[in-house]
Design a protein around this ligand. Structure first.
Ligand code: PMP
Length: 293
């Protein structure tokens, strides 16, 4: 799966309240967010010039910041307006938005007390980064890495710190020839992939684990709603990894991934027919371009 390529030589970013050229943006290497991981962020998609689930992502950004103890100086509506301003300034039709909140370099202590909290937003034109793999499906491997218990890490925050383990799991899976990794949770149930949530289909029912040790995806919630609206039963429950050998379909959900069918798990091919996954891929694609939150 392709990583998003970013051209920082052009475009504007909203940095601490001002629209500025992205090319001039820089970060002090003593920033607390860098060595001490006081950093949370979001990823949003723009479809036909409209940011999909803009409010939900901004709410989660503020929740993530609050969970890791960072007081953001801007209100929800200011952050919504900042994102819209960056997207409009660059006339982005289809794109990706990356807001970041982090502590600056004014204090070196572990707690970060005394360091200023910053907010910046970048937006870049991007089509569908997973277009090629969506039709075929992705090949995933079970990782040796796990998602932590909620008293080990702030699991509900979209915190930069969580991406260290996710990045290692993804790199290992890719080095072994897979597209992505599945991580277990602390009790040995399936949790999620490295940048997307997990659903399996068993006997016509959708099953997804409760988000008790990982991020509750905006896309996950959207897909549960789309499935329910179509009369599909959705069970939110623990999934034993042995169930992967018995499922009829499996797919990932995420802002970048959208609905992404899984073709094989640890070398075991899943059935080529994916009636429920295909229906949800199409329903989600239609949903994101329809007006409304
Ligand atoms: N889990 C992780 C680790 C992620 O990075 C993402 C992508 N933000 C998700 C789940 C899915 O979340 P969302 O649907 O809100 O993009």
């Amino acid at each position: 799966m392709s990583a998003l390529q970013i051209d920082t030589s052009r475009g504007v970013a909203w940095i601490d309240g001002e629209l500025r050229p992205l090319a001039g943006a820089s970060l002090h290497f003593l920033s607390h967010g860098l060595a001490n991981a006081s950093c949370v962020f979001e990823g949003l998609r723009v479809y036909d010039g409209r940011v999909f689930r803009l409010r939900a992502h901004c709410e989660r950004l503020l929740e993530s910041a609050a969970i890791v103890g960072m007081a953001v100086r801007w209100s929800l509506s200011k952050i919504v307006a900042a994102i819209e301003a960056v997207v409009a300034a660059q006339r982005i039709g289809d794109g990706y938005v990356r807001p970041v909140v982090w502590r600056g370099h004014e204090a070196l202590g572990i707690s970060g007390r005394g360091a200023r909290v910053h907010l910046a937003v970048a937006a870049l034109p991007v089509g569908d980064p997973y277009a090629e793999v969506r039709a075929a499906g992705v090949r995933v491997a079970l990782s040796r890495w796990r998602r932590p218990a909620p008293d080990v890490a702030p699991v509900r925050a979209k915190a930069a710190a969580s991406y260290l383990v996710g990045g290692l799991a993804l790199a290992e899976a890719q080095a072994a020839g897979f597209d992505d990794a599945l991580l277990l949770g602390p009790s040995g149930g399936l949790a999620e992939a490295t940048g997307a949530n997990l659903f399996v289909v068993r006997a016509g029912r959708l099953v997804t684990p409760p988000p008790d040790c990982f991020l509750d995806g905006v896309t996950r919630r959207e897909v549960i709603a789309l499935a329910s609206a179509r009369g599909l039963a959705v069970d939110v429950r623990r999934i034993d990894p042995r169930e992967l050998g018995e499922c009829d379909e499996a797919f990932l959900t995420g802002t970048a991934a959208e609905v992404l069918p899984i073709r094989a798990i640890d070398g075991r091919a899943l059935p080529a027919a994916r009636p429920i996954g295909d229906a949800l891929v199409a329903a989600y694609r239609e949903r994101v371009r329809r007006a409304g939150e």
